[in-house]
Design a binder for this molecule. Structure first.
Ligand SMILES: [Zn+2]
Length: 521
């Protein structure tokens, strides 16, 4: 297998992709470069740690077919690492047709030695009526079948024809916002034996900040292809990268660094700024240390664009590194939430992904570092969903006569506290549970397990309203019902007092409520 996973969080993975020209770590931003006219040298890209680049085989075919066949794409672009080649799909999206057959492009990509070749597809773009999108999906599949025939003719190893020389042929998933077409397209390509996939047509979604639909699109592809590596076309914005990675995209390409530079747009970690509207550079890359804003504005066009593009690449490099460190630390949820504060549409996407069950599968069941809990949305993070599911499905109390509820004040471990000893003295033979707006309930006997023992939460969570705490209420009601308590003592803090009217207590249950007074227990 050419993909090795080292570390995961949410659906993100730190992995290693192997190609004929070496391996590179993922998640990885793959910069787009022009095959012949390069504003930024591939050596500079390599020096920043971009170990794989993408170029356009269709343009190479049109402009220097013979030279490319003779010397190979690595010599044409002067890059000795892995090269991915697009084959004109983007031009099809722009101009409708490219006048080259899929089989011609496939043979050309084989001849020039592409490491990650992409078949000539027919991108659906965004906003097409269903029937038209369906016909594009079918055309892409038929193009890919034509491509596969060419690959088979070139290879003797029929059983492993899609990567017989170690190259990773890309299965391009089309369908865009028509999610059943996305599932259909992904499943067919998976059955054909592809080991590497790419989600087509997201550029318009990202340009219009339609991150919720983008998230649904990625989810649909991931449910069809849960384990194999997936590429996202056209994702080169500091806001999109953390979301895409969190949802399970391993690589993504874009020419944004140079296109934005040509438009005088300066990337920073929360978005972009127009260079002529800036006074200061909030960055310490060599470009921003060397120039003031005015000095860069006064440079000639070529110098300005090159330096702005270099700065943009530094920002993209930093973004990917931050995302990777967050995966490693188990803090990707926190990082994605911080990013969501940069744009309301990104926050909308968070409310979409909170219901994505597949994010639980790759989130480790134990993490070294405490999780941080700030606001109601955090009750949906996978670690807490897993914990509540365990309480509902697997936990049954040994003491089912009396339930005692006490507010979680962040004392760890609670069972060694004076408060716990005093409670046990007063209410013996009862199940003591801490209540917490994010977790729901934490039986003290299992309060040592992750994440009940490894979290830090804001004390302002006692101000949450019942409408914000659906998960708390759901858990509470199931827990009480499953364990058949006859009596419940509730030591109620301001949070619990607000929740009480929203909770279901069985008729047979004797309910005794008293006010929580700090330092009483
Ligand atoms: Zn900079």
């Amino acid at each position: 297998m050419s993909f090795e996973v080292k570390c995961t969080d949410l659906a993100a993975r730190i992995g290693k992709l192997t190609t004929p020209h070496g391996s590179f770590e993922t998640p990885s931003f793959i910069p787009v470069i022009h095959p012949t006219k390069q504003q930024i040298s591939p050596n500079f890209l390599k020096s920043l740690g971009f170990n794989c680049i993408i170029t356009n085989a269709y343009i190479a075919f049109k402009q220097s077919e013979e030279r490319a066949r003779k010397y190979g794409i690595h010599n044409i672009v002067n890059f000795d690492g892995p090269i991915m080649t697009d084959s004109g799909g983007y031009q099809v999206l722009e101009y409708g047709s490219v006048g080259v057959s899929p089989s011609t492009m496939a043979q050309f990509e084989i001849d020039i030695g592409s490491d990650i070749p992409i078949p000539l597809d027919k991108p659906t773009g965004y906003g097409l009526p269903y029937s038209v999108a369906k016909s594009y999906v079918n055309e892409t599949i038929s193009n890919i079948k034509e491509t596969v025939e060419i690959i088979e003719n070139n290879n003797n190893n029929k059983s492993n024809f899609l990567s017989s020389k170690g190259e990773l042929w890309t299965g391009t998933i089309q369908g865009a916002e028509h999610f059943d077409l996305v599932t259909y397209s992904a499943s067919i390509l998976d059955k054909m034996g592809f080991q590497f996939f790419a989600i087509g047509s997201p550029v318009e979604l990202m340009e219009s900040y339609n991150f919720s639909i983008l998230a649904e699109l990625i989810k649909t592809a991931k449910l069809a292809i849960p384990n194999k590596p997936i590429h996202l076309f056209g994702a080169g914005h500091p806001l999109t990268i953390p979301l895409a990675v969190a949802l399970g995209c391993d690589t993504f390409d874009s020419a944004s660094y140079i296109l934005y530079a040509k438009d005088n747009r300066y990337m920073y970690s929360h978005g972009t700024l127009k260079l002529d509207a800036m006074s200061y550079f909030p960055c310490c890359c060599p470009v921003c240390c060397y120039y003031t804003v005015n000095e860069l504005l006064n440079e000639d066009w070529e110098t300005r664009i090159t330096n702005l593009a270099k700065h943009n690449l530094f920002v993209l490099k930093q973004e990917v590194s931050f995302v990777k460190q967050s995966i490693f630390d188990g803090r990707l949820w926190e990082y994605v939430l911080q990013k969501a504060r940069s744009h309301p549409k990104l926050m909308d996407a968070i409310y979409t992904i909170k219901n994505f069950e597949y994010l639980q599968n790759n989130t480790p069941i134990f993490k070294q570092k405490a999780i941080y809990l700030f606001e109601p949305i955090d009750q949906h993070r996978p670690e807490l969903i897993n914990f509540r599911n365990m309480l509902i499905n697997n936990y049954r109390s040994l003491y089912n006569d009396v339930l005692l509820l006490y507010p979680d004040r962040g004392i760890r471990p609670f069972y060694l506290s004076t408060a716990f000893k005093n409670l046990i003295d007063r209410y013996s033979l009862s199940l003591v549970c801490l209540y917490n707006p994010f977790f729901g309930l934490i039986p003290v006997e299992i309060s040592d397990i992750y994440p009940a023992s490894h979290n830090v939460f804001s004390k302002h969570s006692t101000g949450f309203e019942p409408k914000d705490c659906g998960e708390f209420i759901k858990l509470f009601n199931s827990f009480v019902k499953n364990n058949h308590f006859k009596t419940a003592y509730i030591i109620a803090d301001p949070f619990m007092k607000k929740m009480l009217p929203a909770l279901d207590f069985p008729e047979y249950m004797d309910l005794k409520i008293e006010d929580f007074i700090e330092n009483t227990y």
